[in-house]
Design a binder for this molecule. Structure first.
Ligand SMILES: C[S@@+](CC[C@H](N)C(=O)[O-])C[C@H]1O[C@@H](n2cnc3c(N)ncnc32)[C@H](O)[C@@H]1O
Length: 249
């Protein structure tokens, strides 16, 4: 199975959240990587979103800030903003998911948003699709350590698993621009399924650039929603679009 030569080959300049991810550099010798303390506002948001699974979320952040950085999944500059910009930014999708549903996360990387959501919603099944071997190995270690039984990991590109994955919701963050993201995500959607794509401020521009791609992929008109308003310092911008049901044949 082919693997992107470099993450940034797949994650092109058009992706909005690239800047959030920082440079995937390894920490300097002797660098201390400590999970950041939650601010009062973050603590409130984390309690609201993770409830009695907050300790698991802290364990995940501990992994992100130690082995996640050591393995180059995120840059060390992300440590102070690991809660706000990454984990909470993703977890705000959790209340939008329906009990018993299946979510496929395309290009999970360090588990964002897939793993953050799987911690918050043990009543939902998650399929994390990620082509890079070292990322999948790291994810597998974390899933085992956290004892999550609602996560399936698939090492593949999204376009390679259209025959085996059928989800009620497909998520993605910082994978590529909408125009290229639609052909990767829509084929994984069940009838009436919904895309929830975390985007930055360029969401509306990306929708405009995608032109007729939404209708071409049999999607209803997309909406841009701010999730986590009042809860997060900076709410998450999510592009949502539901697949038009096939209707009676
Ligand atoms: C910049 S990272 C973002 C990771 C994570 N979603 C986040 O927000 O931190 C982009 C990820 O998408 C993955 N990726 C790139 N092309 C892909 C494809 N066609 N199918 C699935 N994953 C892909 C890369 O391997 C990489 O892990």
């Amino acid at each position: 199975m082919s693997e992107p030569q470099d993450d940034r080959e797949a994650a092109t300049a058009e992706q909005v959240n690239d800047a959030q991810l920082g440079e995937p550099e390894l920490p300097g010798r002797g660098a201390e990587l400590v999970a950041p303390e939650l601010t009062e506002k973050e603590q409130h948001a984390a309690e609201t979103l993770f409830g009695d699974r907050l300790d698991l979320a802290k364990q995940y952040v501990g992994h992100l800030c130690s082995t996640g950085i050591e393995h180059g999944l995120l840059g060390p500059r992300e440590v102070p903003i690991m809660w706000s910009r990454h984990v909470l930014n993703c977890a705000v999708l959790a209340p939008e998911l329906q009990e018993g549903s299946t979510v496929a996360d395309v290009g999970s990387g360090a588990g964002l948003p897939g793993l953050a959501l799987a911690i918050a919603r043990p009543d939902v099944e998650f399929i994390l699709i990620e082509p890079m071997e070292r990322r999948v190995e790291w994810l597998s270690t974390v899933v085992q350590d956290l004892g999550l039984d609602n996560v399936q990991l698939i090492r593949a590109r999204a376009e390679e698993v259209t025959d085996e994955v059928m989800a009620d919701v497909v998520t993605a963050r910082a994978v590529t621009g909408l125009k290229k993201l639609l052909p990767l995500t829509v084929p994984l959607l069940d009838d009436d399924g919904e895309l929830m794509l975390i985007k930055g401020r360029s969401a509306r521009g990306e929708i405009a650039a995608a032109g007729k791609s939404f209708s071409k992929h049999k999607l209803a008109n997309p909406t841009v929603e701010l999730l986590g308003e009042g809860l997060l310092e900076e709410p998450s911008t999510v592009v949502r679009a539901r697949r038009r049901s096939a209707g009676p044949r």
